[in-house]
Write a protein that binds this ligand. Structure first.
Ligand code: SF4
Length: 245
């Protein structure tokens, strides 16, 4: 098996392997719901901001909003986002502006240097690999800091902080690229304006390796089955799932 998957594939597979198969593998429905769409559009806008900053240009808030709107209204045709009409579109747009404003204000006070933005990585697991991106690496007085931006309403509680697979993957990737463990991991929740610091050490990599190994085994055996839960109500492939026998 020579598969390359992303972090979002890994999460999707764990939530429901049948949904993963239908949406990610067979690509029968690739549209994003409003929350996922908003997260992707906001993150793309943040990348744009930091690419400019890395080039020495601190763009204005107006330019940032303009960038978001061009993604949100599909001018750039990046995402297929399912929304309930223009009203929801505008409400979500205002929600995004508020979050971008939080990020912007914080950055105005920051004294760190940008090291890398949206940095690609690929981690091999035998004949299998996971690829993803480190959203931001900056150099602070404490050293190299990996930064992630959260836009969701879910509480980033201690369990999630300690088991967040994205952070663990980024730690492994940083370790292999920079030949050292990152000095800090910062989670900027731009919805609540809270900053959380988490830790990762080599001992934390074990959990992820085990998860990936099990996913790999399940895929090679073709174990794709429905995992019914409250999330089914917003599942884009529930009609197909109902026919699963
Ligand atoms: S409806 Fe539920 S069980 Fe079926 S594929 Fe979607 S998430 Fe999985």
């Amino acid at each position: 098996m020579n598969a390359v998957i992303t972090l979002s594939d890994l999460y999707e597979f764990k939530r429901c392997s049948l949904r993963y198969k239908l949406t990610k593998k067979d690509k029968l429905n690739t549209s994003l719901n409003a929350a996922d769409g908003l997260r992707e559009a906001v993150n793309s806008t943040i990348n744009y901001f930091y690419y400019n900053l890395q080039d020495g240009k601190f763009i204005t808030m107006g330019e940032l909003k303009e960038k978001f709107s061009s993604i949100w209204y599909g001018e750039m045709d990046l995402y297929d986002i399912k929304l309930n009409g223009d009203r929801e579109k505008r409400t979500r747009e205002l929600e995004a502006f508020k979050m971008l404003q939080q990020m912007y204000r914080k950055e105005q006070r920051s004294e760190s240097d940008i090291v890398a933005v949206n940095l690609d990585f690929r981690i091999p697991f035998g004949d299998f690999a996971i690829q993803d991106k480190i959203p931001l690496i900056r150099k602070t007085l404490q050293g190299y800091e990996i930064v992630n931006f959260k836009t969701g309403k879910q509480k980033y509680d201690e369990f999630w902080q300690r088991t967040d697979m994205g952070i663990t993957l980024q730690a492994i990737a940083f370790d292999s690229m920079f030949k050292k463990i990152a000095d800090s991991f910062c989670i900027e929740n731009i919805r609540t304006s809270k900053t959380i610091y988490v830790e990762r050490a080599r001992k934390d990599y074990q959990r992820l390796y085990k998860s990936v190994k099990m996913m790999k085994t399940a895929m090679s055996q073709g174990w794709y089955y429905p995992n019914e839960s409250f999330m089914c109500s917003s599942c884009p492939v529930k009609d197909l799932c109902m026919e699963w026998r």
